[in-house]
Design a protein around this ligand. Structure first.
Ligand SMILES: [Fe+2]
Length: 240
């Protein structure tokens, strides 16, 4: 090897060594603690967290169809939309991109809200804990449930969600009403989710959505709602 080649080779080697050292010193990419994102197009439905036939006033047939068809269907559609978005060419028509982004939000929120809904069912409806105490203090004894019930009645016959949320923006408790999956409290952590889409009650109750709302509260797993509140309060403290 000529001297010049040796010099060039040495310089390239030094540069490579410097680059490798810089990479080794760089902080690893941030990953959310406790959760591993599944990757685009790879979401999987979560199983029901209770026995399908164990609810009071909500039939096995209806809750199974709700989980296996409506919820799991949203997850399947989300995977398809994410895959389609990843395959978009830079010159894709704006209407195509807009449509896919709209559906992405719809299916992603549907997945998240359904998992909160099924997650807060399967209990006995009895309430106690720090959140229950705070709700009674801020809304008046039992008043928040009456407000949530009235909010759900306002959605009856149509579609939407009633969400008891903790605002991560200012720490307040909010009862939010959503006419569809994409209407949600910005930076709100859902503590309790009540599905008011007709598929959630029509089969068992027909137009009697009031009876379905009563059944929802009878099956509410309040300990799950309290655990979500505890976790969200810790997240607020960590965010500062
Ligand atoms: Fe639903």
């Amino acid at each position: 090897m000529h001297r010049r080649d040796l010099l060039v080779s040495g310089a390239a080697g030094s540069a490579a060594l410097l680059a490798a050292t810089a990479l080794a010193d760089a902080a690893p990419p941030a990953k959310p603690k406790g959760k591993t994102p599944p990757g685009l197009g790879k979401h999987e439905p979560a199983p029901l967290p209770f026995k399908a036939g164990s609810l009071t006033g909500i039939s096995e047939k209806m809750i199974t169809a709700h989980h296996d068809k409506n919820y799991a269907g949203a997850v399947t559609n989300l995977n398809k939309v994410e895959t389609d978005i990843a395959a978009l060419k830079p010159d894709a028509p704006a209407y195509l991109v807009a449509g896919l982004r709209d559906k992405q939000l719809t299916y992603f929120n549907s997945m998240v809200l359904h998992e909160h809904y099924f997650g807060n069912l399967g209990g006995n409806g009895k309430r106690s804990g720090a959140l229950e105490t705070r709700l009674n203090t801020e809304f008046g004894a039992g008043a928040w449930e009456a407000q949530a019930h009235a909010t759900a009645m306002g959605l009856g016959g149509g579609s939407g969600w009633v969400i008891l949320a903790l605002s991560m923006h200012d720490g307040s408790l909010v009862i939010a009403s959503a006419g569809n999956h994409t209407q949600n409290l910005a930076f709100g952590a859902p503590l309790m989710a009540l599905d008011m889409y007709e598929h959630a009650y029509q089969q068992d109750y027909g137009p009697n959505h009031a009876a379905y709302i009563d059944a929802f509260f009878k099956n509410l797993a309040w300990e799950v709602v309290e655990a979500r509140y505890d976790r969200a309060m810790k997240a607020i403290a960590a965010l500062g």
